[in-house]
Design a protein. Structure first.
Length: 140
C-alpha cells in the first residue's frame, strides 16, 4: 500500500444543509475530487482512459461519519488504492479537518469498465500502471 495522496478543499457554504453542516452527498463529491486529482497527479486524464476504451466505475461506497464539517472548514481528503487479484479494487479515503480531526472515512469498491463490451476488465491495475507517469501514487 502506498502513502496516501491528499488534496485540500475549503468547504463552501452551499454544500451545507439546514443544520449548517456538510450535506451527506457532498462527502462523495469530495472523495471523487480526490480520486480524479490523484489520477491527474499520476499523469492520467479522463481522455486517456476513454481513449483506451475503459472508464472507472464505482460499485460500492461506504461512509462512516465521525465529526461534522462546517462552511469555511479547510479539509484534507486522502486517497489510497488497494489492489487484489480480481477485477475490482478498493479505495480508502479519509476526510480530515486541517487540524487532523477525522470527519469521515470512506471505503469504495471500484473497477474499470470496458466501454465497448460493457464488462469489467480483468486487470485494472495493469491499465493504471501502463498509463501513469507515476504509478507509485497508486501503490504500483
Amino acid at each position: 500500500m502506498s502513502e496516501p495522496f491528499s488534496v485540500r478543499i475549503t468547504v463552501r457554504g452551499y454544500e451545507t444543509d439546514v443544520q449548517g453542516h456538510v450535506n451527506q452527498s457532498v462527502y462523495i463529491n469530495y472523495a471523487e475530487h480526490a480520486r480524479w486529482s490523484l489520477l491527474r497527479a499520476a499523469g492520467i486524464s479522463q481522455t486517456e482512459l476513454t481513449g483506451q476504451g475503459v472508464g472507472p466505475v464505482a460499485l460500492e461506497t461506504t461512509i462512516r461519519y465521525r465529526r461534522e464539517l462546517l462552511a469555511g472548514d479547510e479539509i484534507d481528503v486522502s486517497c489510497v488504492f488497494e489492489w487484489g487479484d480480481g477485477k475490482t479494487f478498493r479505495i480508502r479515503q479519509t476526510i480530515s479537518r486541517a487540524d487532523g480531526t477525522v470527519a469521515a472515512e470512506l471505503t469504495a469498491v471500484g473497477g474499470l469498465l470496458d466501454l465497448k463490451e460493457r464488462r469489467m476488465v480483468a486487470n485494472p491495475q495493469g491499465y493504471f500502471k501502463e498509463l501513469a507517469s507515476d504509478p507509485g501514487l497508486f501503490g504500483l
